[in-house]
Design a protein around this ligand. Structure first.
Ligand code: 8YV
Length: 316
């Protein structure tokens, strides 16, 4: 088993009690491509991160590979089709990160609307000289309309949180989600309708060829000038050039972003210098509890596959 990042000691120990385990020993450094390929060559299992490209080239050099357990619910870093052709199992970590990711998406929404980061900077920099009625005035969240793009499990969890804020809930999805309509009172809209009617547009769709660039110039031009875009799904779903333009032209009021077209984003990127942008470094599922549970789930999937059982959470 090769693990492409230093993860929880106990999870490594547990796997090591059954298999020969090697670990790329850094928590904050991507395992270089050559290392990954070298280890893949004699591995039966890989425990990978989103930052690892798992593709045809890798599979070709890994004749014994049986499973790739990705530490994420998303798997756009993996060539799933090519894995299927070779009978390699791909597993992910759905369910266990749903609430944590929804908490972060909703935090971004609140922080952006109420200008929390800007206000925190303001006070820390000693700018608070006097009280004024419009000091750092933001936008209300309660009773507003939220439009959720991607009504899967995380979308539903965001909708639950929105209900606590008495929000009107709209959603757009590949297919209708009857449960969200019945239980969460979410109303289906086409993408055009959703972007035009929402005060907060929350993007949670996975990255596929269909969703790449789904929110672009045309969508921004339909949004209210007072609208906020929140992206906690995948960066390339939003056309970043179009987003920058929309923010500069006042076509929308602000954005809360956990994900970016290119990660890590360059510090000189224009989005990072905009006051009305709240940006965080892809921490959607990053709570101590959830990350540990995700790691355990990856280890369980690996152990099951290597001992001839089905993984608990299989992509295909
Ligand atoms: C990842 C994510 O866990 O699960 C996903 O798809 O985007 C995050 O929760 C994180 O990027 C580490 O791989």
């Amino acid at each position: 088993v090769f693990i492409t990042r230093k993860i929880e000691e106990e999870v490594i120990r547990e796997l090591s009690s059954k298999f020969r385990v090697e670990v790329w020993p850094y928590e904050d450094q991507v395992c270089p491509r050559e290392e990954l390929l070298k280890h893949a060559a004699d591995s039966h299992a890989l425990l990978t991160m989103l930052s690892d490209q798992v593709d045809e080239e890798l599979f070709e050099q890994a004749p014994e590979l049986e499973i790739v357990a990705n530490l994420a619910v998303g798997y756009d870093n993996i060539d799933v089709k090519s894995a299927a052709e070779r009978g390699i199992i791909i597993s992910n970590t759905p369910d266990v990160l749903t609430d944590t990711t929804a908490d972060l998406a909703f935090s971004l929404l609140l922080a952006t609307a109420r200008r929390i980061v800007e206000s925190a900077d303001y006070i820390k920099q000693g700018n608070w000289q006097s009280w004024s009625p419009y000091l750092l005035a933001g936008s209300d969240v309660h009773h507003k309309t939220i439009g959720i793009i991607g009504m899967g499990e995380i979308g539903e969890a965001v909708a639950k949180r929105a209900r606590g804020f008495d929000m009107n809930i709209l959603y757009h999805n590949r297919s209708r989600n009857q449960e969200a309509e019945d239980k969460l009172h979410a109303s289906y809209r086409t993408l055009d309708e959703l972007v035009a009617e929402s005060d907060f547009i929350v993007c949670l769709t996975p990255l596929t060829e269909e969703t790449r660039g789904m929110i672009g110039t045309a969508e921004f031009s339909r949004m209210k000038n007072s609208a906020y875009l929140i992206n906690a799904g995948r960066g390339p779903v939003v056309d970043e050039e179009a987003l920058i333009q929309a923010l500069q032209d006042g076509e929308i009021a602000g954005a809360g972003l956990d994900v970016f077209e290119k990660e890590p984003i360059d510090v000189s990127h224009p989005l990072l210098s905009m006051k009305n942008v709240t940006a965080v470094p892809h921490i959607g599922s990053s709570s101590v509890e959830t990350r540990r549970t995700m790691m355990e789930l990856c280890a369980t999937n690996i152990a099951r596959v290597l001992t001839g059982s089905e993984p608990v959470t299989k992509v295909q």
